[in-house]
Design a binder for this molecule. Sequence first.
Ligand code: DC
Length: 230
Amino acid sequence: MEPIIITIDGYSSCGKSTLARQLANELNYVFIDSGAMYRAITLYFLRHHIDWNDPVAVKDALSEITLEFQYNGQTGQSDMFLNDEDVEMLIRDMLVSEHVSEVSAIREVREFAVAQQQKMGSRKGIVMDGRDIGTTVFPDAELKIFVTADPQVRVERRFKELYAKNPGITLEEVKTNLEMRDYIDSNREFSPLRRAGDAVILDNSNMTREEQLKVALKWSREKIAASQTA
Ligand code: DC
């Protein structure tokens, strides 16, 4: 079977990564969480006090960054490594979430990440989730899914996820962060969050994980079958 490329884009906390991971498992494809790459870059900038309004400082900093996904045998998932350090947990921190949209709006940062993402997909057989995967990274992907969910549902889902790690967090903080990220991600100059014209919409507000996986698997299998005869 010839493998295909599947892109999953959408707003923050729509369950894109969960769906992408499950789909990749079912299809025996590689799952790439492109947001983790922007988060790792943001972590580096914060740690090293990089002034990201200065293009020279950004370029210099990017030349010091190596990003890699490595399989974690304990969790059965891939962790984000920043310069050989496992930062999978650290990049989910609220401080990173507060700055990641700003950092990922920078042209040099996007070029840096997109080039690596395209390389990861050169042999196909991947499911990549993000904001611009179907529009900019893989505009010729065989299957593009655009995930949406009711904003209130998204806030509650994200709150539950974060509360488990940080019981000090409030619903209001989570709501403000999601609204801010959606706004910046959709309004930035370089490859803003948009639904690709040929993407199928998956509104999972009232769906369980199993239900959304079933729908996405059906679409995937149809596209894989169609691409064999193409
Ligand atoms: O998927 P996530 O919430 O972990 O992504 C974190 C941020 O990274 C998101 O607010 C915007 C940015 N991002 C992006 O600009 N392009 C992508 N393809 C993925 C994420």
